[in-house]
Ligand binder design. Structure first.
Ligand code: NAD
Ligand code: TYD
Length: 342
């Protein structure tokens, strides 16, 4: 692999992926295309920003002329598309940006990649395209697509475009679908970093509904290793699921977080449930294990302790985010103001 275009590289998973690839593959040059929405933060890659094997191009994946210019600079060996609007709650407040970036942006990337005969394309997708499970069973790559939120519907539409481009044009694309990620650099609107930030300030933790919804948690580096395996060995036209085989109800996870932080359970506040809240996600990742030789490696409690340490050592990173637009979002979503940063 030589010149790889990674989109959404200033976000949570994209920045972890770029650092992972940059560290493990000295032969790779990475071009990071990112629009820098509220979720994009160049500070996430400050440690490598001056390196000659890393290049940042600020721009929108919906902008065809911009993409053509960046792609044409030098031959592109692969594209990995992380760029997306990624938060379910925001998609419920306004689905417009989700349709635009996740669907139209993917179509533009596919067209430019096809036009320039890019030899490998990885679409980073989510288990949420499969909808919701009951109390048993697992999502496999054969599970019918049944998205329930505007976010997951937009990701499903993108997956179907990728599938169609492979079927119609023999375009060399693979799709990866991963469960809920946690780890460093996650934007504090998602469950784990939000609850960590609130608990550290002795603010309440807003658990939706009864807290009985189940998620399958995976460390972001295990996800990054999976995307890398799909990039290097994934078979065009195939889908690969990744998961951590670590299921918790939201309430169990919240109590574990509080225990690890030494904070009281009285911080838990049950709030109005998310509309259309999927009950349970759980991934069967045996195809990736058998065909890509991948498996999740980070034990959950160890990964969670390390994540807690990272957020404690990087309070400034959180504080930078918890200003401006984020405060307005918090007030709108939770009906209460975020206290000033400590
Ligand atoms: P994120 O919200 O942290 O980052 C998204 C990044 O995309 C940001 O840097 C943002 O600036 C950029 N971006 C948004 N719109 C853009 C546009 N139009 N053009 C260029 N850049 C744009 O998201 P994340 O949690 O890192 O998720 C990355 C990908 O992984 C997404 O495609 C998401 O659907 C998928 N995914 C996430 C999870 C998870 O648990 N977070 C799980 C499975 C799959
Ligand atoms: P989230 O991190 O938003 O990921 P996703 O919706 O993609 O799974 O939420 C994880 C779970 O935590 C989900 O069941 C919703 C729940 N949740 C809360 O209970 N309270 C919150 O404030 C947030 C953000 C999420």
């Amino acid at each position: 692999m030589k010149r790889i275009i990674v989109t959404g590289g200033c976000g949570f998973i994209g920045s972890n992926f770029i650092r992972h690839l940059w560290t493990t593959d000295p032969g790779v040059t990475i071009v990071n295309i990112d629009k820098l929405t509220y979720a994009g933060n160049p500070e996430n890659l400050a440690d490598i920003e001056d390196d000659s094997r890393y290049e940042f191009q600020q721009g929108d994946i919906c902008d065809r002329e911009f993409l053509e210019r960046v792609f044409a600079e030098q031959p592109v060996d692969a594209v990995v598309n992380f760029a997306a609007e990624s938060h379910v709650d925001r998609s419920i407040l306004d689905s417009g940006p989700f349709v635009r970036t996740n669907i139209v942006g993917t179509q533009q990337l596919l067209d430019v990649s096809r036009q320039l005969e890019v030899p490998k394309y990885v679409q980073v997708s989510t288990d949420e395209v499969y909808g919701s499970l009951g109390s048993d069973g697992y999502f496999t790559e054969e599970t019918p697509l049944a998205p329930n939120s505007p976010y997951s519907a937009s990701k499903t539409a993108a997956d179907l475009l990728v599938r169609a481009y492979h079927h119609t044009f023999d375009f060399p694309a693979v799709i990866t679908r991963c469960s809920n990620n946690y780890g460093p650099y996650q934007f504090p609107e998602k469950l784990i970093p939000l609850f960590l930030a609130n608990a550290q300030k002795d603010e309440s933790l807003p658990v939706y509904g009864t807290g009985n919804n189940v998620r399958d948690w995976i460390h972001v580096l295990d996800h990054c290793r999976g995307v890398e395996a799909a990039l290097r060995q994934g078979c065009p036209g195939e889908v690969y699921n990744f998961g951590g085989r670590t299921e918790f109800t939201n309430l169990e996870l919240t109590k574990l977080l509080l225990r690890l932080l030494g904070k009281p359970e009285s911080l838990i506040r049950f709030v109005t449930d998310r509309p259309g809240h999927d009950l349970r996600y759980a991934i069967d990742c045996s195809k990736a294990e058998n065909e890509l030789g991948w498996k999740p490696q980070v034990p959950f409690e160890q990964g969670l302790r390390e994540t807690i340490d990272w957020y404690q050592q990087n309070r400034q990173w959180v504080e930078h985010i918890q200003s401006g637009e984020y405060r307005e979002y918090y007030q709108r979503q939770y009906g209460q103001r975020l206290s000033s940063t400590s």
